[in-house]
Design a protein around this ligand. Structure first.
Ligand code: ZN
Length: 462
């Protein structure tokens, strides 16, 4: 398996630290708002990384942080005149809900920065004692000139770093690229006690502490969006390197940018979409399909046209799967694992997660299925292989849930019956009855939605 390593700027063979185990850290959200569709790309991609390693038989330890103390959260809490924890709790929950709605499997560990504060303070203290950090004006800074390898991840030369860092930030820094590990609090801001007085940590320190606490000094893969390489990941790496003299991660993976209709997404251009917005319009798997149809390192352009295309493609896949008897799944997995297409799929994914090629293989299978010369047996086989590949990428999750029902039950038929009664009531403009049916079902955790295609129902998890 070969991965493109940002650190070395080339594809390298993947060798895990421990055989058949993967330690993976991907930066999670700073919870001051709903996350946008660009963030969703990273979250979905690393979900696929995790799923693929699991498919290969790895035991995956996937850590994703939740940054619940940060300037942006404090600013929002001032704006909304609420406590910072109110903001952080609200958007943490929204993040978890939206990630779940996107079909993202929960990470193995999801620590919050405020939960590891003693670790953070001890880490900064160790950096100060080692001479790599210094206190100035009740803040603590990392001294980038103390680390000759500083800049190795992003490959930024000093002049670039100067423009990247906020140069004129203050007069207390020794070097313009020095970054804040601990900042003293202004009145009214949340505080923690530290050897440098009351204050709070900087983002780069929060992340490095959370990753090493759960994954060790050096772990296999560290990932995130390309915009995180500098300064965030560079600064995470600098702190780890300064303390342990070892790399923080053996492989650094970064996904490319997302544009909206050819333009950079920004609130001022009014082309800013949250994942929540897009989920209102498109099924989670359509969004997943859209992202995976491009290689993760390429920039991707979010357009209605491509989303509609993804929707059509995915419904073709589902259509093709109608021929599969899902009660046979265990056998399907056994039957198909040796097929040519599964081998092609594996080599595509082993080549730096070429999901675009993996999806092309699924398209080929649909073509085979639709070929007039295909026998019933061929069709059945192609459908099974497509199911097999698709589920590794996180598709067909709705079908998966159905599979877990041991025997065909009456609920579909009964629901159809109830929905017919409700439709009848609605046709008669008997809103009272139709609303009551909806509410009674809601009490049973069954949600019904009226769509242009008719009424659909979903059962919420208990
Ligand atoms: Zn991070």
């Amino acid at each position: 398996m070969f991965l493109y390593n940002t650190q070395t700027r080339k594809k390298e063979e993947f060798v895990p630290i421990i055989k058949n185990r993967l330690s993976l850290y991907a930066c999670g959200p700073t919870v001051y708002d709903y996350f946008h569709i660009g963030n969703a790309r990273a979250f979905i991609f690393f979900d696929v990384v995790r799923r693929y390693f699991e498919f290969k038989g790895y035991e995956v330890n996937y850590v994703q942080n939740i940054t619940d103390i940060d300037d942006k959260i404090i600013n929002k809490s001032i704006e909304e005149k609420v406590d910072f924890t109110t903001v952080a709790d609200k958007y943490s929950q929204a993040f978890l809900d939206d990630a779940k709605a996107l079909g993202i499997k929960a990470p193995s560990v999801q620590p919050r920065a405020t939960e590891v504060m003693p670790d953070i303070i001890a880490y900064i203290d160790a950096l100060v004692k080692s001479g790599h950090a210094y206190e100035a004006n009740r803040d603590v800074y990392f001294d980038t000139s103390s680390l000759p390898s500083y800049g190795s991840l992003s490959g930024k030369k000093t002049e670039d770093q100067l423009t990247g860092a906020r140069v004129a930030e203050n007069l207390f820094k020794r070097n313009p690229t020095d970054f804040t590990l601990w900042k003293n609090s202004k009145p009214g801001e949340p505080v923690w006690q530290s050897p440098w007085g009351e204050g709070r940590p900087g983002w780069h320190t929060e992340c490095v502490v959370m990753s090493q606490k759960y994954l060790g000094e050096t772990f296999d893969i560290h990932g995130g969006g390309i915009d995180l390489i500098f300064p965030h990941h560079e600064n995470e790496l600098a702190q780890a390197q300064a303390l342990s003299g070892k790399p923080l991660a053996n492989y650094w993976l970064h996904n490319g940018f997302l544009n909206i209709e050819g333009e950079k997404m920004s609130k001022s251009l009014k082309n800013f979409f949250t994942a929540r917005d897009i989920l209102q319009e498109y099924d989670a798997e359509v969004i997943r399909f859209f992202f995976l149809s491009k290689h993760y390192r390429s920039p991707i352009d979010f357009t209605r046209e491509l989303m509609e295309e993804s929707k059509r493609a995915l419904s073709n896949f589902y259509e093709a799967l109608k021929t599969v008897d899902f009660l046979e799944i265990p056998k399907i997995l056994l039957d198909t694992s040796q097929s040519t297409e599964v081998r092609d799929f594996t080599s595509a994914m082993d080549d730096d997660f070429n999901t675009a090629k993996a999806i092309a293989i699924m398209f080929d299978l649909v073509k085979q299925l639709k070929s007039p010369s295909a026998s019933e047996d061929d069709k059945h086989k192609a459908a099974k292989v497509m199911f097999y590949i698709g589920r590794v990428l996180g598709f067909f999750q709705n079908l998966e849930t159905k599979l877990h029902k041991k025997q065909p039950d009456l609920s579909d038929a009964l629901m159809e019956l109830i929905i017919n009664y409700r439709n009848e009531a609605r046709n008669n403009k008997d809103w009272k009855t139709s609303d009551r049916i909806r509410d009674d079902l809601a009490a049973l955790s069954i949600e019904i939605k009226d769509t242009p295609k008719g009424c659909i129902w979903t059962q919420k998890e208990q």
